[in-house]
Every structure is written in structure tokens, then in C-alpha cells.
Design a binder for this molecule. Structure first.
Ligand SMILES: [Zn+2]
Length: 307
């Protein structure tokens, strides 16, 4: 390396150090955090209602969890322990990058991969298998906040429909599914009515996770950065997936062709949400718990406390 490039790399490093030192705790300025917190309070006061807020530019593309990130950064304090999950895993790229960004801009916080140790959980597309507690808050990253967007393109009209709790066109959509396919085919983002009024888009969690929102002990927050919306399912609130009397809502079943419940090939668990993948060596289909922390815990139980 020449002297010139050495000098330039040192300058860049110094600049980076200075920039790091100048970050406000939680990256966002205090005014931005205050606005997010006020929006959260409103979202809790009107369960399921999409509260508009002025989503800030973050140093990552919208669509990579900026809504969830702004919620986390506005809520986190030095006494908090954070867990970040992406599709059930703590180790995937999105989770690792979000976690290191939060660690960098929130000095003094703790991070963990264990659900039981965390009091703030940011998640993409899963609610942990382990039931959450009253002292925990889960923040879900949301790409599309409005469940009505599939039947009505105009936001103005959607707002009126939400206000009047008019979800007839959404129910017609579900009915059309039943006529065509003999069942409701929505796998993710299952429309769910909160506290008997607003129907929300629960983010792309699988149907498996929808019942966990009902009467949840933990506060569930949703942040859509690109669409600039925050909404909530407060603790102990009714959350009912849309259904018909004769076609009830059902979660995914993981039965094989003989009707036997598939088990996780790693921990043997027969009651978790499973991911399917193909084993590179044998070419066989394998099933494994989507929630990696839960899988580790089940494995520990199976091995009598030892991993
Ligand atoms: Zn497992």
C-alpha cells in the first residue's frame, strides 16, 4: 500500500470514528423518536388503526425493515435487551445487519438470541413459538399495512371503508377463493379483525402465527416505513382472523401423505412451524423448526439439558 492510500484510509477511518461519535442515541433525533412514540400511543389507543407518521430516511433501503427499525430505535433504552429475528432465525443477513446497526447506534444495550431474555423483539415475518410475556414488546416489520389494498386501490376510499368497518369486499374475495379452490388460499398476511372493528394486515407472518395475536400478553407493534404507517395489537385484545361460519380459519398442517404430523429433523419437535428444504447430499426433503431459538431449546430438552 502506498503512503498516499494509507493516509487516505486513515482519514476515512478518523472521519468514520467522528461520525460514530456524533450519532444520537438510537440514530434518530429526539423529535423523530418523540413523534414515533406519540404514534405508538395512538395506535395502542385505537387497536388495529393505521396511524400515519413521517417515516424518516434510514441508512438502508425502504423495504429492508426501516419501519420496524424506527419503532425499535424510538422505544429502546440502555436497560433493554433486544432480539432481532428474520424468518425465525437470528443469523440471517437481515437480522444480523439490523442488530449490528442498532448495537452501533445504541451503545449500552444488550442483545440476545433467546426469546426469554429479550424484552424488545424486532421480527420479520414470524412471531416466536415461545409464548411472549407481559413485559415484552414485539415489533413486526411490515411491507404492506392495509389489508384492503387487494380490493380497493384508493387510500381515501380505504380509509372510509375502515372507518365504517366495511369489509364486505374483503369477505367476497375470501369467498371467491373458496369457490375456486375450495379453501381460503391466503398463506401470509391473513386479514385479522382487531377488537371487533379494524381489520389489519398482520405483516407476512404465516397463518400459524395469527392466533398468537389474540389475547396476547405482549404488546404487538407494526411498522411500515415505506408506507409510513404504525399500528398495534395491544395486550389482551381480541384478534380474529376473517372466516365464515361454515369455513373456519385454519392454520397450516404439517402432515405427511399418511396423515402423520411431520417432526423437526433436528430436535424432533412435533408442534412447531416447520420450514421445508432439500438436503444437498441425499436430495431428500427435510423439515426443521423455523424458529431457531425454539429449535435449540427443544434440542436441549431432548438431550436432557445438554446441547
Ligand atoms: Zn427443531
Amino acid at each position: 500500500m502506498s503512503n498516499t492510500s494509507q493516509h487516505s484510509s486513515q482519514t476515512t477511518e478518523t472521519k468514520f470514528r467522528q461520525a460514530t461519535a456524533e450519532y444520537n442515541f438510537g440514530f434518530l433525533d429526539e423529535y423523530a423518536k418523540k413523534e414515533v412514540r406519540r404514534s405508538v400511543l395512538k395506535a395502542i389507543a385505537i387497536p388495529g388503526y393505521q396511524v400515519p407518521y413521517s417515516s424518516r430516511e434510514m441508512p438502508m433501503g425502504r423495504g429492508f425493515g426501516t419501519g420496524g427499525l424506527q419503532l425499535t430505535l424510538s422505544l429502546i433504552g440502555k436497560q433493554d435487551t433486544l432480539k432481532v429475528i428474520d424468518q425465525g432465525s437470528d443469523d440471517s443477513v437481515n437480522a444480523v445487519n439490523l442488530r449490528s446497526f442498532i448495537e452501533m447506534t445504541c451503545p449500552g444495550i444488550d442483545t440476545t438470541t433467546k426469546v426469554t431474555e429479550a424484552n424488545l423483539i424486532q421480527s420479520r415475518h414470524r412471531i416466536p413459538e415461545q409464548p411472549l410475556r407481559e413485559d415484552q414488546v414485539i415489533v413486526l416489520q411490515v411491507p404492506y399495512p392495509d389489508a384492503l389494498v387487494v380490493v380497493e386501490p384508493s387510500e381515501d376510499k380505504r380509509k372510509i371503508m375502515h372507518g365504517e368497518a366495511d369489509y364486505s369486499r374483503l369477505l367476497v374475495k375470501l369467498y371467491e377463493d373458496i369457490v375456486k379452490f375450495n379453501e381460503i388460499t391466503i398463506a401470509h398476511r391473513y386479514p385479522t379483525r382487531i377488537n371487533g372493528h379494524y381489520v389489519l394486515d398482520p405483516s407476512p407472518i404465516p397463518r400459524w402465527d395469527v392466533p398468537k395475536m389474540n389475547d396476547s400478553k405482549a404488546l404487538i407493534l407494526f411498522g411500515a416505513g415505506r408506507e409510513k404507517k404504525i399500528y398495534a395489537v395491544p395486550p389482551y385484545t381480541l384478534a380474529e382472523p376473517l372466516e365464515f361460519d361454515d369455513v373456519p380459519f385454519r392454520v397450516e398442517n404439517f402432515n405427511d401423505e399418511n396423515g402423520q404430523r411431520r417432526v423437526c429433523h433436528r430436535c424432533g419437535c412435533n408442534h412447531s412451524f416447520l420450514d421445508e428444504f432439500v438436503d444437498a447430499r441425499s436430495g431428500q426433503k427435510l423439515y426443521q423448526c423455523s424458529d431457531s431459538d425454539y429449535c435449540d431449546e427443544q434440542l436441549k430438552l431432548k438431550n436432557g439439558g445438554e446441547r
